[in-house]
Design a protein around this ligand. Sequence first.
Ligand code: FAD
Ligand code: SF4
Length: 325
Amino acid sequence: MINFEYTRVSSVKAAIDVLAKNPTGGFIAGGTNLVDLMKKGVTAPTRLIDINGLPLKEVKETPAGLSIGALAINSDVSENEMVKKNYPLLARALQAGASPQLRNAATVGGNIMQRTRCTYFYDIAMPCNKRQPGSGCGALEGYNRMHAIFGATDKCIAVHPSDMCVALAALSATVTVSGSKGERKILFTDFHRLPGDDPSKDNTLLKGELITGITIPKNAFTNNVYYLKIRDRASYAFALVSVAAALELNGSTIRNARLAMGGVAHKPWRLIEAERFLAGKPATRENFSKAAELAMKGAKGHGHNNFKLKMGPVAIVEALMKALG
Ligand SMILES: Cc1cc2nc3c(=O)[nH]c(=O)nc-3n(C[C@H](O)[C@H](O)[C@H](O)COP(=O)(O)OP(=O)(O)OC[C@H]3O[C@@H](n4cnc5c(N)ncnc54)[C@H](O)[C@@H]3O)c2cc1C
Ligand code: SF4
């Protein structure tokens, strides 16, 4: 049995202070990912800092956009009528995640911080550069059906597993974090990182920092949006490939398009080139196919996941057609 201590905090300052005094500790929110990681011996924080009492649960609309506290529960966000009406892509992506029971426990901050589901990462008998830097990558020559086709390196080919984060990347969200040096804001697309030479780091959060919330700038993506998730089961399964698609239309012409993919990279994968191609063009299947072709440039399979090279462009076109209605 691995012992750990437990502290419940009720302010952001206390959370940051306790972690600063216990650098081998860690925050716990819903616990739906962290407790599994602890049970499997992947991580062993010496002190759990329970942040569930922090006043960071609010979901509100401001003139600038949508503001969500880091402790807001996934189901509270996805079932919020204002979110469903004004930020439907986010609501749809959240509803596609996990199961109702998990969504009732998981928090927005925890969802952003969840670790990859690479099976070699969870099996401490296997090599994994993310869990144990320098030990090798079990997935590279192993069973890599769920793994990345974009941005991977020979150090790690894992994917970020979140659905919510794909919508946040597409909607140009910002993450607000707090640490001993104060508060800072990070563009969502800069929050998660590619593995590079150091896959042990999932993101750009600094040691000791706490996510306090996210904001999504006000937008006009209220009608023509779709979150397509292709997975092995209809519920309770992570994405093989997912696509968040949002269109702002002027008649049948695309004024503005947003696209991001999940299940394909170490971070939610925004498709900027495809978005730029679509802007100003008629909303047709032919243009969607050209955008998908652009989006897939540079994609590379690793054997068992080669099917994603075919599934990716089909999913992009399908998501855009569904968004078009
Ligand atoms: C069986 C199963 C299926 C799932 N399927 C899906 C799916 O299909 N799609 C999907 O998107 N997700 C899925 N999930 C993942 C689920 O969404 C995450 O486990 C959940 O969002 C994590 O949130 P939490 O609050 O429970 O985080 P916790 O488990 O409490 O914490 C996770 C990590 O985040 C850190 N953390 C938490 N809050 C903060 C904060 N405010 N600031 C800094 N660090 C913080 C913790 O220290 C920890 O390292 C699934 C999970 C399970 C168990
Ligand atoms: S893909 Fe990444 S997480 Fe999976 S075994 Fe390789 S290094 Fe570890």
